[in-house]
Design a protein around this ligand. Structure first.
Ligand code: SAH
Length: 384
């Protein structure tokens, strides 16, 4: 009798262990870590100590954290973990851009890109496995959607990039900016993205200022309002078209939140931020589709009254996209019209082309859970 009883007790204990996996401390922001330490009977200040170890010193073994007591180190080893993603591929472009393919515990893959420039090093971070928004010119959208990333999976990209760039021991290979412009729509993974951004901006972690962290959205209006109420960081809006008819085709989420609502949300966002802030607008240059002078004039009208940084992105082609990049002449003509209206306008350089690391080319390797039925793309150019 007693053996039977103890066997079933063992089983219960085992079940409890399996159903409560160790907390991954990598994904807890300061408040989350403080709550974690209080829950195990420790003082709150352990949170900042452990954050420094993990994010600034790159330590993932609790036993190395020598300002914690031996007993606490053992307790953390038992009850929690610091788990980063596995690197499946690590590629460096001839222009210095470095791209990682990272494997998630469920076998899916995401991509992260480091883009060095003269005065900064920008890390482009993914927020979801695939993307549900189906923008017609984006390779990530073509693959469908699988799932949201956890905060730990988002921060793991920053952690890994910081460590691996540090190992290069070369000047100019530091992360000074983060843009949530990798795979996925950040605002459809709101809570995990917000917590991750908080860790990026925490002085005990990556210490990036609010001007150096950008969250990019295709225009999920209610979440833009929530973001403005929650965080002070940079917002980028992927605009790409100046009227609803075209934007419905290029960025289908426009059918749900049309331009009028999107622009109103941009005004509200600016009103909530401090007076020096502005919104970055992204505009992909598609040959014969959205690159004519009349589009530039419409754009000026549309953005009137919104402090704007305009980012013109030459379309990065991928197989079967059905689009062509605008000619240099068309891009230059477009830029000049915007510039003459007083709008700060930059043409984004295409980086990492030889390793498919450019905007909209991030593919990962995902199992599409949205089971999106892709019709074979019909050529869309020559529509003039
Ligand atoms: N879902 C978010 C984050 C993606 S950010 C958003 O839409 O903002 C990536 C940026 O690259 C977006 O502006 C996106 O529209 C743009 N992009 C996507 N595919 C592209 C391509 N093939 N060439 C150039 N830019 C592209």
């Amino acid at each position: 009798m007693s053996t039977i009883q103890s066997q079933s007790e063992d089983r219960i204990e085992l079940q409890v262990k399996i159903s409560s996996p160790a907390t991954n401390l990598l994904g807890l922001d300061r408040t989350g870590l403080e709550a974690f330490f209080e829950s195990i009977g420790e003082k709150k200040f352990r949170a900042t100590q452990v954050m420094k170890w993990i994010h600034q010193l790159g330590v993932v073994d609790f036993q190395e954290m020598n300002n914690l007591s031996k007993a606490l180190r053992n307790q953390l080893t038992e009850s929690s973990c610091i788990q980063v993603l596995d690197v499946s591929q690590d590629m460096i472009s001839k222009d210095g851009t470095r791209k990682w393919l990272l494997e998630l515990p469920d076998g899916n893959h995401i991509e992260t890109v480091f883009i060095p420039e003269d005065d900064r090093g920008t890390l482009c971070v993914s927020s979801q496995v695939g993307c549900a928004l189906d923008c017609s010119f984006c390779s990530t959208g073509r693959q469908g959607f699988n799932r949201n990333l956890t905060t730990a999976e988002i921060i793991s990209q920053v952690w890994l990039a910081a460590q691996l760039l540090d190992e290069e021991k070369k000047p100019g290979r530091k992360i000074t900016n983060v843009v949530m412009m990798g795979m996925g729509e950040p605002l459809l993974n709101f809570n995990s993205v917000v917590d991750a951004v908080r860790i990026m901006m925490d002085d005990f972690a990556y210490g990036l200022s609010k001007r150096r962290v950008t969250v990019s959205t295709a225009g999920v209006v209610p979440a833009m309002d929530r973001l403005g109420d929650t965080l002070d960081m940079r917002l980028a809006v992927s605009l790409h078209a100046t009227n609803d008819e075209l934007r419905n085709e290029l960025v289908p989420v426009n059918k749900k939140y049309p331009l009028k609502e999107l622009m109103a949300a941009c005004h509200r966002f600016i009103d909530k931020q401090n007076s020096r802030s502005r919104i970055t607008f992204e505009y992909v240059m598609l040959d014969g589709i959205n690159d004519k002078p009349e589009h530039a004039h419409e754009l000026i009208k549309l953005l009137k009254g919104i402090p704007t940084l305009m980012n013109l992105i030459p379309f990065n082609p991928f197989e079967g996209s059905g689009y062509r990049t605008s000619s240099n002449n068309a891009i230059d003509r477009f830029r000049k019209i915007l510039h003459e209206s007083g709008m700060t306008t930059v043409v984004r350089k295409t980086r990492g082309e030889d390793i498919d690391a450019a905007c909209g080319q991030l593919a990962g390797k995902i199992e599409d859970k949205s089971r999106r039925h892709r019709r074979f793309a019909e050529p869309r150019f020559g529509m003039e």
